[in-house]
Design a protein around this ligand. Structure first.
Ligand code: MF3
Ligand code: CO
Ligand code: CO
Length: 293
């Protein structure tokens, strides 16, 4: 007897379709935030550690006279040498392996572009700069940024860097199941403002995992007890941008570079984290134990 069989539906997928299927993993909360599984922490840990390793290794290159183009070339080469993929090259037309944001650049500084107010992309003695690197490793995104100084930065610049790092760590300390995203924002904003600094409102942290930017928007300001409730298995970044002057920003004609409107100094640190049963795991801790250099 002829036996009619329903063929197994084995979709033929191109490599770039994998993500969409992987996005079916886990579940999504009512706020649209994906809940990942225990096993997924391992993937994020590897991606985060590779991003952090690159941020450690670029540190000694940050000296007066280096160009941001040279720093980005180093990062691009490291990404290739380790055998991973840059998440930023090709992202919405962006062409670089990092964002390098000098002095009053808030974020998304383009390597190789003139430092705003200067005739070249050369770093000078006393500059402070953020380097932001995102890599994709086995489909997992590791996103982190840190501050660097070229030679001796002014005491007020060093103070801004310390305050900003503390803002990030206080935001992270507020992460545990049952707390809210507003608790994170409140912890950051209150510490920044107690220290006579301001929190940038125009950019935020984000969910990530198998994608670069996912819900929720992680605001770096807010009221305790407001916003979505944190749950075990959420993966997101916290990446406060803190200014010495006013919080307003402006994006330059290149459509990427964001600067402070009042030209005051701005600093930023970013970690990728995952919510655990009791708190969180930081995926992007420095292998060398550095936080700025
Ligand atoms: N890494 C940045 C972030 O923290 C995003 C950079 S996107 C780029 O979300 F295209 F500007 F590189
Ligand atoms: Co980010
Ligand atoms: Co980043």
């Amino acid at each position: 007897m002829r036996h009619w069989q329903i063929p197994a539906i084995a979709p033929i997928l191109r490599a770039n379709q994998r993500c969409e299927l992987d996005d079916l993993r886990g579940r999504v909360t009512k706020d649209g935030i994906r809940i990942y599984e225990d096993a997924d922490f391992a993937g994020m840990r590897v991606a985060g550690q590779i991003a952090a390793q690159i941020l450690d290794d670029v540190g000694p290159m940050v000296v007066a006279g280096v160009t941001t183009a040279a720093l980005d070339d180093f990062i691009r080469n490291e990404v290739a040498r380790v055998g991973v993929v840059s998440a930023t090259i090709g992202y919405r037309g962006y062409q670089h392996a990092s964002c390098i944001s000098v002095n009053h650049v808030v974020c998304h500084g383009i390597p190789g572009s003139k430092v705003p107010g200067r005739s070249s992309d050369m770093i000078q003695e006393g500059d402070i700069l953020n380097i932001d690197v995102t890599v994709i490793v086995d489909g997992w995104f590791g996103d982190s940024s840190r501050m660097y100084t070229a030679g001796n930065a002014k005491p007020f610049a060093q103070r801004l860097i310390k305050v900003t790092h503390e803002c990030l760590m206080r935001g992270i300390a507020a992460v545990k199941p049952g707390n809210t995203f507003g608790d994170i924002g409140f912890a950051i904003q209150s510490f920044a403002e107690e220290n006579r600094c301001s929190v940038v409102r125009d950019f935020c942290g984000h969910g990530l995992g198998r994608v670069f930017h996912a819900p929720p928007n992680v605001l770096h300001y807010g009221r305790a007890g407001t916003g979505p409730v944190l749950e075990e298995g959420m993966f997101f970044t916290i990446e406060p941008m803190i200014n010495l002057g006013r919080p307003e920003t402006k994006v330059l004609a290149d459509e990427w570079t964001a600067i402070t409107r009042d030209k005051s100094l701005s600093a930023q640190f970013e970690h990728s984290i995952g919510v655990t049963a009791t708190g969180c795991e930081i995926f992007t801790t420095s292998p060398k134990g550095l936080f700025f250099s």
